[in-house]
Each structure stands twice: as structure tokens, then as C-alpha cells.
Write a protein that binds this ligand. Sequence first.
Ligand code: GLC
Length: 754
Amino acid sequence: MIKSNTILSILFIVVTLFSCSKQTQKVTSEIVELGAMELLLSKMTLEEKIGQMTQYNGFWDATGPVPEEGSSMEKYNDLKNGRVGSLLNVSGVDEVRKLQEIAVNETRLGIPLIFGLDVIHGHKTLAPIPLGEVASWDLEAIEKSARMAAEEASARGINWTFAPMVDITRDARWGRVMEGAGEDPFLGSLVGKARVRGFQGNDLSKNNTLAATAKHFAGYGFAESGRDYNAADVGSVTLFNTILPPFKACIDVDVATVMNSFNTLNGIPATGDTYLQRDILKGEWGFKGFVISDWGSAGEMVAHGFAKDLKDAAIIAANAGSDMDMESYAYIRHLAEAIEEGSVPIKYVDDAVIRILKIKEALGLFEDPFRYCDKERENSLPYHKDHAALVRDIAKKSIVLLKNEDALLPLKKDQKNILVIGDLAQDKNSPLGSWRIGSDDNTAISVNEGLENKSVSFSYEPGPTLISEPATFIKEVVINNEDKSGFDEAVNKAKSADVIIMVLGEHGFQSGEGRSRTELGFPGFQQQLLEAVHAVNQNIVLVVMSGRPLILNWADEHVPAILETWQLGTETGNAIADVLFGDYNPSGKLPMCFPRSVGQLPLYYNKLNTGRPGPSDMVFWSHYGDESNEPLYPFGYGLSYTKYEYSNLSVTKDGTNNILVSIDVKNVGNFEGEEVVQLYIRDVVASVARPIKELKGFEKVSINPGSVQTVKFKVTKNELGFFNTNGKFVFEAGNFEIMVGPNSVELEKKTIEL
Ligand code: GLC
């Protein structure tokens, strides 16, 4: 139920029917409780209803002259005639106000627009990319990050973000792994909730909150071969136990909208999937918000071979429960005709429109359409200094220490003769990631600036440039594979350095939408440079920047210290310097495993055992002849500058079949640190083959050197049950393995029977 504390003007219309007879006067009074929105709906023409179901991209700078010809004029006329319900990619109070004034003052009914934007990990001030944030396993920090994003975006007139993306994925080739929460549905569900709460706050009608969007519904992260927009084919057990739970989690915390996805799921384009949108989302789950299509996805059903033309696409999408059409023009051009000819029942249109109106009402847009157009907020909030501190905090918590041989890290601030190598070390743009649409280019603190801010003295050799043309959101990144300038200088300088910090990785636009890769090593000359430097000086700290797991086999074998730093957003350099020089003891844990080879993909920890788990002396077991089955770094993995010892695992059950777990964690090193203690279960025998382990709990605890923390978990049927092949949630008694540890591999285990 979408909560709304706007002034819901409930109109009581007493329809009193008097039927008189000699003896009695029978009064039938039917009190019809009509909301304001239902009343508004009753006044709308079909054209105006279809207008509410139409979202256009920002088609002109509204603070400039009105469009005079072409598609923009067509869209402008739609806007003036009440045939537009929403705009996306518009921001800035002046721009938003101007457009809202047209909708409110120049159309017949004055229905306000809702303004949407991809506020994915910040707006002006950028947090780490979502996959990086999740590596913090700090749900409170993740919620605060979304809250900050909402403050900044709403200050610029935005009411609605197309986030959180909650697509589970197991394939690092897919560029959009950077946007989600990784491979696990339990973690993905909790993160999705935290982000929705952060964006929506506790009152959508406040002008510092955003309507959130759970996307992309559904199965987008299972694109075959990791190729974006590709078909997804999954069985019901994977659909119900892996793909859907994060969406249901967002519904449970009242996410305002859901975005469907480009892909076919088992042959049906999600935008035209009645089972997904009507049976599950609106039916079984009782979702009361509205569904927005992804960009053009309604019209793309023609390319899918699922609709014969745009009108057919409009019919299919409307009947399937896709309420608002983003930029395919299917509804605005064909839905009226479809309704008049009876191909789409008007009740579907009315249902879509009332859902949309109620979200606008919940946002307070009817009460005050200019609520989000506050110049003072716009001038004070974006890039607010408190936001820099906030994103720096979550950025340092997102860094994962993958290796630290002989405690090379942390470095001392007075360390002499440090050489920094790598084009990415000076890059102020790439660390913003690909979804920085609301921010400004080159606003990241670079690694070099981070060291300077710490008054660390160092020299710098960029080596060859990573890209040979400026990279943008829409173009293929052109990696420099020709010009080795700087290579020899870097290698020569390395010979005399005491410590070398190499900053290598992907460019920020090498991951994100439309950014699939078949090779997951360091692009360009970087791997060559790493090996050449290593040949002359092995004292290397490798700082990896990436939007996805990369293949780090060579580095793992040769380089003494490795940090995964994702793309950390605005405070990148300061956060990395905090960790490099010990001002923060790294606590990040991987939300996705790092493969040894692309050939292993899709790869994930919560796999089935198979009938031949092996190993065996013969070849007849589930394995590769040329590669391990295991990742290089597993799900949940991350080191610390200190060490933790786990002991005294206790697993008991209470009177109501809950499992009570406790374990002692001791900090046996010299640094105070935070440890993410993880709980996994295995349902050993069930009516559906279950994974060899599933994350069902975690706690991030801070432990001082020499201290012991006893961490407790309670495991209920909710954590022990699963969806069977009919999508029914069941708990089946039997043996359960309970495992606790610092990652998904190093686990203390006990078995209990329920
Ligand atoms: C894009 C993305 C979607 C985004 C939308 C609006 O194609 O798939 O995640 O929210 O279009 O930019």
C-alpha cells in the first residue's frame, strides 16, 4: 500500500436512493468513498489518460525558446495539451519549474508532471558505484548514501530516481554488474531495501525524498553470455529463489515504481510479460505503484519478434501491465485506437493512470507542483561538504584488500621514494563510473590528489594513456593499444623506487549499460607495464579500479599487495589514500566472486553440488581439464590489516525450530578493524536440489586488538525455506548445515536436524 500523508481529500459522495413505500421509507444510502485521484480520473478524457502513461525524454531546454518544428514541437504540443505524464533527464529548478508551469497552468486539468532521472549512486556528489558500495556490507552507510543522493537530486527538481537496480548477476562479462548488488539474493535484497528507504525516506511528500524504482524486472542480469540486452532463460527455481527476491524485498518497503527490462525472460519480453507484471507483481505481491517500461522497450517488442508493429506493441504492453511508456511512443500513437477497437480494455488504462496519479499525489505534487523547485535548496545542497565526508566514508569502506604479503600495507606517511605509476592515478573522470549522469565530469579526487592531500611525497609516471579518445556515456571506449609513450620512462623510474603504487584497471565507461566485455584483464598496455615494472622492482602495491570483477591471476601470483577499489566516486583519491596509509583499516568483502578465467562464467558461490562434485582420479566428474572450478577470490572475501580468529561455533535450536548460532571472533592482530561475519546454510536434502551454501546472515563488527566479540544469529524458517518449482515457499524438515566465517569458503560448520 503506497503510504501517503498528503492531504488526501477523501470525497464522500453520498448517493442516497430513496425508495418510498406506504409503510416504510426505505433509505438506501450508499456511501461511496472516492479518493481525489479517482475523482480526477473520472474527469479525464481518453487522450489525457494516455498522456499520463507517456514519458518523454527532456526534449528541449525549457528555459530557452519553445521548439518550432520537428519532433520537439510535436512533444511540446503534447505537453501543452496534457498528453505527457512524465519527463526524464530534466534537472535544474528553473528547467523543471518552466515545464511544470506548462503542465499545471496551460493544460485542461493541470495534472503535474513527475520528473525522473538515473540517480544511481549520487547526483552531483558521487558515492562509489553500487557494486562498490555493496562491498562495504554496511547497510546503514548504503542507506545514508541513497539519502544523500535524494537530497541532492530533489534539490534540483527531481522527484523520481530509476534506482535501485536489483538485478542479481553471476557474469562479470555483463557491464551492468557495476550497477547492482552482485551475485547473492539475500545481500541483494537487504541492499535493495536500504536503497529504497534512503531514496524514499519516511514521507514521499517531503521535498527531499525521491520515488524509487526497483529495476529491471526481471531477469536482466541473466543475459546469456553476459551480452547486454541478450535473452535470459532460467528455470522457475532460479527465478523464484535468485532473481525475484530482491524485487519482492523492495515491494515490502513500499518502493514506488518498478521498471521492466529489455530482455526476454524464457522467450517473453519482460515489457509484454503478463505473468511477471500482473500475476506476480500486481497480483501475488499486491504492488500498488506503477510499472515504467525501460527506454523504448515497448517498441522493441517488434525487434524481439513479439509484436508485429508499434500498435501491436502498445496493445501487448498495456494488456501485460506496463503502465508508463518510456520513449517508445507506442501508447501516445496507438493506445487510443487500440482501446476504441476493444484490443485493450479501458480498465487497464484506468488502472495504470490511477497508479500513476497516486504516486504523484504521494509525492505531494498535487498539493504543490513546485515543491521540488526551491532555489535555496538548489544553491546549497549539491556538492555539500557534508556529502563529501559521507561519500568518503563509504568509499573507504568499499575498498577490498585482496592480498597483503608481508604486511607491505599500510604504508607509512613518511615512506620515502614512493613512485606512483598508471594513467588512472591522475584520472579525475574515470573514477566517477559510467552512471554519473547528473554530476560533472572531472570532479573526482584522483589518487595523486589523495596522496597530496595526505602530504605524502611521491613521484609519478603515468605510463601509456589508457584511452586514445575521450570516453563518453554513449560511445565505445577506444583503448590505447598503439602509443606506448611513457612505458619505458615508468619502467626506468621504477628501478630506483622503494615502493611502487600502480593504479591499473578499466576506464569508468568500460562498464555500465551496453558495456559487455569478453576479456576481463587489464586493457591496453597495463598488464605489460605491470609485468615490466615487476621485472625491475617487486615492491608493488596494486590499486585496481574497475566496474566489475577482473581476472587478476598474474597479479595474485606476483604482486605482494592488491586493493580492489572499484570506481569510488567523488572522494576516490582521499579514500584510497586513507586505506593505503592506514588511516582506515580495509573491511570490504566481495559481493561478486573474481573468476580465474572468462571460461568459468557464469560463476557463483551458491551453486548446486551436481551428481559428480568430484574430485576423482578419472575425468568423470564436474570440472575443467584446464582450470579450477573455484574463483580466484570467492564471494564474501576480503582481508584486513589485522587478523581475526573464529572459534566456539555453537548451533542449537529453540522450542520453535529456530536455529540459534553463536561464534567468537577474536582480533589477534595489531589494528582495530571491522569484520563482516557471515552465516551460510545448506539444506542438505530437499524436494528441490539446493545450493551447497546460501548466505542467510551477516554482521559487521568492530573489534579492537586482543578483544573477542561473540556474534549471534537466529535462523528462522524464512532463512531455511525455499521456493519450489511451483513458486511456492516451503520449509522442509531435515538436516541443515550451519556455516560461519569471514567469507564463503573459510567456514566453521555444524549440522543440525529440524
Ligand atoms: C536505460 C536503462 C535504465 C535507465 C533508463 C533511463 O536504458 O536500462 O536502467 O533507468 O534507460 O535512463
